[in-house]
Design a protein around this ligand. Structure first.
Ligand code: PLP
Length: 427
């Protein structure tokens, strides 16, 4: 069956034909591609076409697809059954590795997705502080837990449903929101909700309204406001963790959160998440403490094996990060040259292997800036790139993710495709 036939059938069986909304291509038009396999920097669809991959499973494939040490670790692990629901040696190794790599993490609990990690982190922060409210930022996405579907980014923003029906008014009332990069707004919320805010949660570099960087002083300012008000600071590093540096954004920016949420990357592509941080806070988690959180498949041995192979490689090969920085620099320099040549003043936000070309002339430092983009133009650009064999995230409001599998030749091909695609769509 072709992608088109599969999608027609899927729509009768799965809501919208997909198991996660952005995959449906709604905001860029057309039908989604059904992917059959991937290797290194390439994706292959059911129609027999090859694409250069710039999503990388929304982050985890830092080393490219089907990276051999990860494949081998999984092949070895499956010989010993798939799940025990009992503790394993690999979970201890994983915890030890994460604690050694991520500066703020003293103890860590494995879960099965980024959504689970953020939901649990908030519960622990509430249990620790005895307070109910949380502050999140407009356009940040922290998974689909009820508390986070308020002014949410990513698919919720793409679909135009940042505030989802089904979230109760009581839950929504406990989530306070501020514009990203606006310290004064956070301070005002903390003063107006004195002693009621348990946590501030943010993406230290946002991937979910497109790539948005913290302005100088923003992360430092949030850290000190949290200290002043006794609030737990949570960095959601589901996208940035192990990507922007081996210790994530917190290492790159030198800011220490109290809790960190991690996701897909630590499973090397398998369904995994984790949350960790200060030992005094993490000791609140059951059975050490009273805050309940559990999972039958948590610490699954196959997922741990994949993740361990991936993280060991990252830990032992610092040149991965130098290379990711170099690929990102080369690619965005090429894109900027094209913009200049064509007299276009669009905004490119970039850090290391994360970047977004925003179809707006405004600087994008928050949700309002991201929303000023010409999304119809982005849809045409997306398809022009796809026609040239480059697979971008099917939404303006997502970061792209590079892998070390991209060679310089492939980077040149992407720059060329971008040049031709922009010429096509601006007419
Ligand atoms: N937090 C951030 C920053 C994310 O980017 C995502 C997903 O993309 C999540 C949380 C939720 O993770 P998951 O989709 O694994 O539930």
């Amino acid at each position: 069956m072709t992608s088109e036939q599969l999608f027609e059938k899927a729509k009768t069986l799965i809501p919208g034909g997909v198991n996660s909304p952005v995959r449906a291509f709604r905001s860029v038009g057309g039908n989604p591609l059904f992917i059959k396999s991937a290797k290194g920097p390439y994706l292959y669809d059911e129609d027999g076409r090859e694409y250069i991959e710039l999503i990388n499973s929304w982050g985890p494939m830092i080393l490219g697809h089907a990276f051999e040490p990860v494949e081998k670790a999984v092949a070895d692990a499956i010989q010993h059954s798939f799940s025990f629901g009992a503790p394993t040696r690999k979970e201890v190794e994983m915890a030890e590795l994460i604690v050694s790599m991520v500066p703020s993490v003293e103890m860590v609990r494995m879960v099965n997705s980024g959504t689970e990690a953020t939901m649990a982190a908030i519960r622990v922060a509430r249990g620790f502080t005895g307070r109910d409210k949380l502050i999140k930022f407009e356009g940040c996405y922290h998974g689909h837990g009820d508390s986070f579907l308020i002014a949410a980014g990513s698919g919720a923003m793409t679909m135009g449903i940042p505030d989802s029906p089904g979230v109760t008014k009581a839950t929504a009332a406990d989530t306070l929101t501020a514009p990203y990069n606006d310290l004064a707004a956070v301070e005002e919320l903390l003063l107006n909700n004195h002693n009621q805010v348990a946590a501030v949660i943010l993406e230290p570099v946002v991937g979910n309204m497109g790539c948005v960087l913290p302005e100088p002083g923003f992360l430092e300012g949030i850290r000190s406001l949290c200290d002043q008000h006794g609030v737990v600071l949570i960095f959601d590093e589901v996208m940035t963790g192990f990507r922007l540096a081996k210790g994530g954004a917190q290492e790159r920016f030198g800011i220490t959160p109290d809790l960190t949420t991690m996701g897909k990357i630590i499973g090397g592509g398998m369904p995994v998440g984790a949350y960790g941080g200060r030992a005094d806070i993490m000791r609140m988690v059951a059975p050490a403490g009273p805050v309940y959180q559990a999972g039958t498949l948590s610490g699954n041995p196959i997922a741990m094996s994949a993740g361990l192979a991936m993280l060991h490689h990252l830990n032992d090969h610092p040149e991965v990060y130098t290379r990711l920085d170099a690929i990102g620099d080369k690619l965005t320099a090429g894109f900027r040259q094209t913009l200049e040549k064509l007299g276009l003043a669009y905004t490119i936000n970039h850090i290391s292997s994360m970047f977004t070309l925003f179809m707006t002339e405004r600087p994008v430092i928050d949700f309002a800036g991201a929303k000023s983009c010409d999304t119809a133009l982005f849809g045409r650009y997306f398809h022009a790139m796809l026609d040239r064999g480059v697979y971008l995230a099917p939404s303006q409001f997502e970061s792209l993710f590079l892998s070390v599998a991209l060679t310089d030749d492939l980077v040149d091909r992407i720059i060329q495709a971008n040049d031709e695609s922009l010429r096509d769509v601006i007419g």
